[in-house]
Ligand binder design. Sequence first.
Ligand SMILES: [Zn+2]
Length: 459
Amino acid sequence: MKKVSRRALFALALAAVLAVGTLAFCVKYAANAEKWVTFSGSPHVYTGTNLTGGRIYDRSGVRILNTTDGRVYSDDEAVREATVHLLGDRYGYISAPLLGNFAEQMIGYDKITGLNEASKGTASARLTISAEVQKAALQALGSYHGAVGVYNYKTGEILCAVTSPSYDPDNIPDIAGDETGAYDGVYLNRFFDAAYTPGSIFKLVTSAAALEKSASAQTGTHTCTGKTIIGGQEIICMSSHGTLAMPEALAHSCNVYYGELAASLGKDALQAACDKLGFNGTLACDGYTARSTVDLSDADDGSVAWAGIGQYTDQITAVQFLRFMGVIANGGEAAEPYLMQKISRAGQTVYEAETKTTGRLLSEETAKALGDMMRGAVVNQYGAWQFGNLTVCAKSGTAERENGPADAMFAGFVQDEAYPLAFVVFAERGGSGSQTAAPIAAKVLAACKTMLDTPNPNG
Ligand SMILES: [Zn+2]
């Protein structure tokens, strides 16, 4: 008898544990079910590491991916190549967190009916990018590895986020067997994830730091004799630029001027400006996390001078520099860039982007002064003619690298209410920013203008 009651007690205890466990599960289920189902390992909704479910369209309503039955990309090979880094490949080599970031909205998981809810309506997602502009940008980059970005600094819409090299997911080349270097880092999204030594485009950051400290920095001069020694380190210029104020120094990209300006500014002021502008931290953008680093904590005067001309240990991403261009363009405060415009399912809008602001990062005076100097550089140095009737303000950059040509950059914005576009072009081993990267920017901006001028048949 005693034995039986002990058994009964034991059974009761087990039942109690089960009841408590079930309750705990229900509470956790209610809180986390969507996350569990849309967890990136879930075979129901993922192929490789990339989300399956729904149809994906560009900003003009052109379908660029259909995952309702397998993974069907665009019919246009060039569009496939220009968008695969945002959509992900079939095998998970290219990790494209964009769609996964919206898994809950895309899949439509329901706590009561489970995944069956998904069959009630296939999700349609509309991205901010333009397939035509993506195509034009990848073609304009040609054989250069690098990245091109364009975004609307008033709304935050990213029109173009291209990375090169790329490949056609429907006709995969022999990437592993390639020995030419044509596919080096092909799975990397260089727009969000590649950190570049910025070189001369960083002179805009140094200018911003100096102008924020004192507006009179624009008229202060330094004399360039072709080289200078700061803190025991020699900084060399391409030529002897003579006595320059900031507008001419920016247009000629004088290393001596900017080295001396950075050193006189001091590392604390330069660091503070970089921190505020987001160049020493991360930027989250619809699933992507971009990371730039400017760390002057161990820098002496010579190193601060090098940092001020975009060398030393400075490392920036294209998307973060693009955002900075937007901030200058829009008077010191811009929209945060984003990629996902809208998701609808079964006739309902389940997600719609809202414009978020960066907050004020530069004074209006500083932003205007920088913009005017960038316009001057285009007119006097790079050639305004190559941008047609778009009022482009920009800075070229050349970042020296070991063993071979320098990286070429061109960054800026269009000063026009009808085309509020900021842009960046990074062409690895391009040699010269103004000669290689500027014409690429011109082609991409022309494609943006054509796209924005064309009435959209799909609404
Ligand atoms: Zn110089």
